[in-house]
Design a binder for this molecule. Sequence first.
Ligand SMILES: [Fe+2]
Length: 341
Amino acid sequence: MSADRSTGTVYWIDHFVVGTNDLLPWIEYAECVLGGAPRPVSGLTTESRLHRGPIFCFVDVGDCHAGAFLQQNEPLPPTRGLGTGLPRYGFFIRQEDVERQLRRLDDLGVLHAEAVRTGDLGDDGTSIVFQDPDGNQCELWAPVRMPDGAMDHATSAGVGRISHAVLESRDLRRTTDFMESFCTMQPLGSGDVRHGVLAYGLAGGGRLIFQQVEELETRTRGFTRRGGLHTALTVQADDFLPTYKRMWDALPEWDYNSRGGRPAAGEVDEAALPARTALHGSGAGRRWKELYGRGDDFYDWDTNCYHLVGGVPVEGSMAHYAGRYMEDYVADVFGKAEMGD
Ligand SMILES: [Fe+2]
């Protein structure tokens, strides 16, 4: 792990959320393929339906979690295909487990590519690309060098922490400026973006990778017809608020979803919007916006949506951390009894 520490250093990808057009098969996939443990499905109460709340489920995958939000405005667009569509999210597996994982994917009927040894995205290891029932792109990643803590609480399927996210960028130099302004990360390799890839190493483990594209696939939260999709980045707990304040000083607020409801299809040219912050559509996110007048979601120039998670180091190391989520920070101010949802 890096010995350097400056405000906003990103240690891990804490969780991510993809879209689904059919939630129950996605949960079954996450249980069987990832070995995850589903939390209760949210949004299936009369109260929630009266308010058209989101319908979603998070699945614990070892020390991480992954979520799927049912898309309620329109179906997800077709994937661009196995290994081609983006975003793509990976999980750590062990090198010695690659053959067993391939057989497991076959046995489960998962569409996957063959195992490939690669160093193209800033790290050396073996990749197995596959896709979930909704065509969301996924990967099992067996690095040559496993980061501390990446496999310590692996699932029964042999799947560890989130290893990386590959996101779209139409301008890697602009993405570099954005990421280096707000998130302290180490460019991998030469940091040379001429080959269409920008890869950052995270201080705990894993990577955040941007791939040059001409046109966005639109499986991202920046498209207002999508619900829930995002990537959550872990910083140290006491960096949480200072990092947001740095963003708020530099970025505009996107108020479209603070007013309730969504723009009509075609009303907003999302791909043309600048980097920005915005309301996170949870109860805690709304309280946070009341408190600071700013949202805790942030968007880059390519419609990718993120938020921060605070990590409290365990035994002095961010190899393991106790996560502090927006609910916890809001409860610090308002008290848990007033938190609501
Ligand atoms: Fe989240």
